[in-house]
Design a protein around this ligand. Structure first.
Ligand SMILES: Nc1ncnc2c1ncn2[C@@H]1O[C@H](COP(=O)(O)OP(=O)(O)OP(=O)(O)O)[C@@H](O)[C@H]1O
Length: 607
């Protein structure tokens, strides 16, 4: 049996018990406010009653005051008190709902963002960052609007229908029946509207997400767009997405705009019935004049707020559609969860940690679990503490994947990845990732100063530690020459620095934490010869004190490694020192011949 989906408001109610008291209080203020809001209209009827009925008036009987002038003063006093109470409860209701909506939108945004950060990398690969941004911003704002305005409107409308209905019933059950006749039509029509509007709003949100995703992606890749002269093409794509968004909105608006005029007709019928039938009853003496005027006013009170039902349902629709997306994001299951263990203290005199891959299997999968790419198939690899190992192999062999499994950016599907014998899955993320200094292919820097970026993995690092790390990565010299030294802003993603400078800073950033294991994934792939030589020199220095794993295409950079693993077909095809591998005359020897051969040919061409 398929379980019916739980309504998003119910899901919210269940997950936010700390807000329940505030929702109840906000509702109480809103109900009281509506009651005080209706009372002045009753008082108008009472005033007319004073003028028409002389001594026998309601106020006269109730207070025992005969003088009609005095009766009017009493009435004015009561009116003043009612108005004051109406204003006060209005203030309290508004304040309750608005502060509630602020607190809730903040919490939901933070819950969603916090949860998204916990999700594994594979989850992000199936989604566009811009779409997530839309949920975290637009959807949260939409919900805020509903709580600010819509929730209050719903409570107020419901209260006024019930309160006015009660007054009608007391005064004239016949007229109550007649005045209420349009209500089923209005409510039924509204619900019908709502049902037809819902898919249209879902489409609007969907298109907003697509548009956000496209623009976010384009702004991130603006340099590539410019380099390929693709501005016009991208403008057209954004235009198409923006058109689709406007079109989706148009479809929703066409329907929602028709709502109020249709409801007005129903209200007109109810109003005319009260006017004519009530007037008739008054003329033949069945109904007091004061009562008649109360009922005419009350019909307005009863039916007019229902014209807002369309707008309210609009807010409700948008709000719940957004809430569903936010809650779905918060409830997205996390599949790569941290363990609870800490790494045991390093053995005496050991500066590094041992790393091992034992029969490791790994497959990249699509969101539905189907195989996208089979990468590792029984990988065996061991790095002893303090040694420097290199992983080489043809492009796409799975070298980067190996280190991503070590960092647990993904989880292996079979076999064990371990540090000092402890499977990485059992370690807390702090312990695991705190032990590893990772320099990826993508030299991502954050908007901030050089020092901010260096401190990223260790916020309380001293200036001396930053400088030592920068020196080890041969970055100190160029940083010192920047206009503000370590305080120079690097720009978003480090755009104000050269590729080589960024590369050296990312190495320094990893070193600030003095990690037991240093992982360099193609750290010299995008740099000039001078930078490569600088990184080579610093590598020799920094790798002495820790375990180092280097992934490299240029074999010259890793020829001094303690051991080189040649990855092919999902496993280590050959392993040994540079000399041993050359002697083997296998894959490595062939790769080496190609690379050195190229150098020899280039040299020959230059001669
Ligand atoms: N997120 C991903 N989703 C699906 N397939 C992926 C993903 N990342 C990598 N792959 C695929 O997995 C294989 C191994 O990728 P990996 O990046 O580990 O290779 P590599 O040996 O580091 O390559 P290179 O030397 O080009 O950097 C490749 O075929 C790649 O296309």
């Amino acid at each position: 049996m398929i379980e019916a989906p739980v309504h998003p408001l119910r899901r919210l109610w269940r997950r936010a018990p700390r807000y329940r008291g505030r929702v109840v209080m906000g509702t109480v203020w809103a109900v009281l406010n509506q009651v005080f809001d209706i009372l002045p209209e009753l008082l108008i009827g009472v005033a007319i009653d004073v003028v028409v009925r002389e001594e026998g008036s309601f106020v006269g009987q109730w207070t025992g005051i005969d003088d009609r002038e005095a009766q009017l003063f009493v009435l004015a006093g009561v009116t003043a008190v009612v108005w004051l109470l109406e204003s006060l409860t209005e203030y309290l209701a508004q304040r309750s709902w608005r502060t509630l909506s602020q607190a809730l939108q903040h919490d939901l945004r933070m819950d969603a963002y916090g949860h998204v950060q916990e999700l594994e990398l594979a989850w992000f690969e199936d989604r566009e960052a811009g779409r997530l941004l839309t949920v975290l911003n637009d959807d949260v704002n939409q919900l805020e609007r509903f709580l600010d305005v819509g929730a209050l409107q719903i409570i107020q409308t419901a209260t006024s229908v019930v309160a006015v209905g009660a007054v009608f019933l007391v005064i004239s059950p016949l007229l109550a029946l007649l005045a209420f006749l349009p209500i089923p039509v209005i409510v039924g029509g509204s619900l019908l509207f709502q049902r037809r509007l819902e898919p249209r709003y879902a489409k609007v949100r969907e298109q907003a997400g697509r548009l956000g995703g496209l623009i976010g992606g384009n702004l991130g890749g603006i340099a590539t767009i410019k380099a390929f002269g693709a501005e016009r093409r991208e403008s057209l794509r954004v235009e198409a997405a923006s058109d689709a968004y406007a079109e989706a909105n148009r479809a929703a608006i066409t329907l929602s705009a028709a709502f109020v005029p249709i409801i007005r007709v129903a209200i007109l019928c109810g109003f005319m019935v009260t006017l004519v039938v009530g007037g008739h009853l008054t003329l033949n003496g069945t109904l007091e004049v004061g009562m008649y005027s109360v009922l005419v006013f009350m019909t307005q009170r009863l039916l007019w707020p229902l014209t807002r039902l369309g707008e309210t349902l609009d807010l409700y629709q948008r709000g719940t559609a957004s809430l569903r997306r936010i809650l779905d994001l918060i409830d997205a299951p996390i599949s790569v969860r941290p363990g609870a263990r800490e790494l045991p203290p390093a053995a005496d005199g050991e500066r590094g940690r041992a790393v091992s891959f034992d029969a490791v299997e790994f497959v990249y999968r699509d969101g539905d679990g189907s195989v996208r790419t089979r990468v590792l198939d029984g990988l065996e690899l061991e790095v002893r503490s303090g040694e420097t190992h290199a992983i080489v192999g043809p492009t796409g062999a799975g070298k980067s994947t190996v280190v991503k499994l070590l960092l647990r950016l993904y989880d292996a599907e079979g076999g064990t990845v371990a540090i000092d014998g402890v499977p990485v899955g059992e370690l807390s993320f702090e312990s695991l990732r705190g032990a590893i200094g990772y320099v990826g292919q993508d030299t991502f820097l954050f908007d901030g100063s050089v020092a901010d970026n260096l401190r990223y993995g260790m916020p309380d690092a001293t200036d001396e530690q930053l400088r030592a790390a920068a020196e080890a990565a041969e970055a100190h010299e160029f940083v010192a020459a920047l206009p503000h030294g370590y305080d120079t802003p690097v720009g978003e993603r480090g755009v104000r620095l050269s590729g080589g400078q960024r590369q050296r800073l990312t190495i320094a950033r990893a070193l600030v934490r003095d990690p037991a294991i240093l992982v360099l994934d193609e750290a010299t792939s995008a740099v000039d010869n001078e930078t490569e030589a600088a990184i080579q020199r610093s590598l020799l220095r920094i790798s002495r004190e820790r375990t180092t794993i280097v992934i490299a295409h240029r074999l010259s950079t890793i020829r001094h490694a303690d051991r080189i693993h040649v990855l092919d077909g999902g496993r280590v095809a050959e392993a040994g020192t540079h000399d041993e591998l050359l002697a083997l005359r296998g894959r490595y020897a062939a790769l080496w011949a190609v690379q050195t051969g190229e150098v020899a040919q280039a040299d020959a061409a230059l001669d």
